[in-house]
Design a protein around this ligand. Structure first.
Ligand SMILES: [Zn+2]
Length: 115
């Protein structure tokens, strides 16, 4: 499963950040997941719960923010957000978009902890 390896790398990164920030107990881990990343948020939460078991981050909640697709439309000369990733057309002029600026990311945004 795709999500398990992503959960594993998020866990390692979060452990490193919590050490650097000297957080005692981590309550929540905020991540941003692009809708084009192919990650299913529920599956990622589930995978994270499994991989964090027995680590200092066990019991921390994974809070997932879904990031919409951001595209650049050359005819409009502007960036637009797409509510839905497909069809990949400019919401303003309806032309197929030529550049995807965001929506593929999987990133750790912040940790919330005590101490
Ligand atoms: Zn356009």
């Amino acid at each position: 499963m795709h999500e398990v390896s992503i959960a594993q790398s998020l866990l390692e990164l979060a452990l490193q950040v919590s050490r650097e920030q000297g957080l005692g107990r981590v309550k929540a881990i905020y991540v941003r997941v692009g809708v084009l990343s192919g990650v299913v948020p529920d599956a990622l939460e589930f995978a994270f719960e499994a991989v964090s078991e027995g680590t200092p981050l066990a019991g921390a909640a994974l809070v997932i923010e879904e990031v919409p697709v951001k595209v650049f439309c050359s005819p409009c000369g502007e960036e637009h957000l797409l509510r839905r990733p497909f069809p990949m057309r400019c919401p303003a002029c309806g032309k197929p978009v030529d550049k995807i600026m965001g929506g593929r990311e999987i990133e750790l945004r912040a940790l919330e902890g005590t101490g």
